[in-house]
Design a protein around this ligand. Structure first.
Ligand code: NAD
Length: 476
């Protein structure tokens, strides 16, 4: 997908890192220490299947261990390679620092097209891959905690957790060895939607900053804004769904690997998603107008462009033709470094990946804490909160009656006010708070520093400063 002249994913990440690090007064050598990937483990393993043995190649890169465990997803895709895994691992380091999740950065990947294998085969392959990583502590609750990424989900995480438990039968914290698990094996409510939800919260916060909006000529709220989404997988689906159903935005185009559909009046995200789920692609979708060349739809006029599929889809080849004033990088690395420069010159504002898609790792952090504390969030206080609320409402009603005040609370208010927060409400509240505070820190740097002219550099500045501080207290 990347344009021939563009740098690799890792080079693009390092370019953005250097741009920001060069603005900071760091002790000699620290910039390099932070930037370089600490280690990458490559494994080739055989799996007996279909009457023979198939060999698979997998990676687990650890970018920075300034905080442990290190954290980062495992991706299943036939394009996975060492450069990509290292780029993604370094992004994880910066991402965790931006949202103040106490982790270093890591990432894993397996070169495989999951569509070519049955569920049983994927389970065997996943368990074999996990075995190789677990025996080297590259999956471990206190050292390295994977999560889902492209091509993997709760199902794969459950197999990994089970594999770890088989190999570590006395580890009481074994469930914390991986996040993004299904609820019944120690997952947390709201994890599946978390990254898309985080994209929504990031946009809501951006639209609470009129001066930031003005930089790309947008104003008002998300209501009625035209949104183009690329990739209707986990992240893209949830972001598009929440923006259209809760914020009143209009999803005017959805781009998938085999084309795109367009409807200027707004697409129903669930309907399009059902079509993709049942047929494996967007082609033949009965809603909107089908366009074969999906990539060209990135250039469609809209207010917000959300690349949520793969890296390097906006390159030096097409950047000049992008018309969206605002791009939010729901995917990791969708814009190459040269394309980023072109977009900046055009006045297009980019909300960068390291912040925009950090909702996933944020809720993973909550899940890890839940697993270590062995208790569901809200379990102790929910009914107590409700009892206190009931006490207050009853007492006020008694006083109104006694003083002959002709007022009463509406049933709707009482219902909402008395409902104690369960796990999902607490997770969403924690995620919303995280996304707001992180944006405020980034936006503050963007506005206050004259040498910072974009949100990506601002996010790197925030992140590098925090990582540099942690390095001051560790032995090297
Ligand atoms: P996914 O596998 O659930 O979805 C990816 C979607 O993109 C699929 O619908 C796929 O068909 C589509 N796609 C693939 N190639 C495409 C192409 N060339 N053009 C258009 N569409 C294409 O993956 P996901 O988990 O949603 O991840 C998407 C991106 O978000 C990745 O960059 C990933 O690293 C990033 N991300 C994911 C999470 C998470 O929690 N899942 C967290 C942070 C970042």
């Amino acid at each position: 997908m990347a344009h021939g002249k563009d740098p690799s994913f890792l080079e693009s990440v390092e370019y953005s890192f250097n741009r920001a690090a060069n603005l900071l007064d760091l002790p000699p050598g620290l910039k390099e220490q932070i930037r370089e990937c600490n280690s990458t483990y490559t494994v080739r393993f055989g799996v007996r299947m279909r009457g023979g043995i198939r060999t698979f190649t997998g990676y687990r890169a650890v970018h920075s261990e300034h905080m442990e465990p290190v954290k980062g997803g495992i991706r299943y895709d036939s394009r996975v390679n060492q450069d990509e895994v290292e780029a993604l691992a370094s992004l994880m380091t910066y991402k965790c620092a931006v949202v103040e999740a106490p982790f270093g950065g890591s990432k894993g990947g397996l070169c495989i097209n999951p569509r070519e294998y049955t569920a049983e085969e994927i389970e065997t392959i996943t368990r074999r891959f996990a075995f190789e990583l677990i025996k080297r502590d590259l999956i471990n609750p206190s050292q390295n905690v994977p999560a889902p990424d492209m091509g993997t989900g709760p199902r794969e995480m459950a197999w990994i957790a089970d594999q770890y438990m088989h190999m570590n039968t006395t580890d009481i914290n074994s469930r914390a060895c991986v996040t993004g698990k299904p609820l019944n094996v120690g997952g947390i409510q709201g994890r599946v939607e978390a990254t898309g939800r985080g994209v929504q919260y990031a946009l809501q916060e951006f639209f609470r900053h009129p001066k930031d909006q003005a930089k790309c000529g947008l104003e008002g709220t998300l209501e009625g804004k035209r949104v183009v989404v690329q990739g209707l997988g986990n992240v893209g689906y949830h972001a598009a769904l929440f923006l259209s159903e809760e914020d009143g935005s209009k999803v005017t185009a959805i781009i998938e690997w085999d084309g795109a559909v367009i409807d200027d009046d707004g697409l129903n995200v669930d309907e399009v998603s059902h079509h993709i789920q049942s047929t494996g692609g967007i082609k033949g979708c009965p809603y909107g107008t089908y366009v074969k060349d999906g990539l060209s739809v990135l250039e469609k006029e809209c207010d917000i462009l959300i690349p949520a599929a793969i890296e390097a889809v906006i390159t030096s080849e097409n950047a000049d033709r992008i018309k969206a004033p605002l791009i939010i990088e729901a995917a990791n690395g969708p814009i190459t470094a040269p394309a980023d420069t072109i977009l900046r010159r055009k006045g297009i504002v980019v909300i960068p990946d390291m912040y925009a898609n950090a909702g996933g790792v944020t809720v993973s952090y909550f899940e890890w804490v839940k697993n270590l504390s062995h208790i569901r969030f809200g379990r102790m206080q929910r009914r107590q909160e409700e009892a206190r609320g009931t006490l207050l409402v009853n007492e006020l009603n008694r006083l109104f009656k006694k003083s002959n005040v002709p007022v009463s609370f509406s049933e709707q208010f009482v219902g909402k006010y008395l409902r104690g927060a369960g796990e999902l409400e607490l997770v969403r509240s924690g995620l919303d708070d995280t996304m707001r505070l992180a944006y405020q820190a980034i936006s503050d740097v963007w506005r206050r520093r004259e040498d910072v002219d974009d949100l990506r550099t601002a996010a790197y500045v925030v992140s590098i400063q925090r990582i540099a501080q942690s390095y001051q207290s560790i032995a090297l």
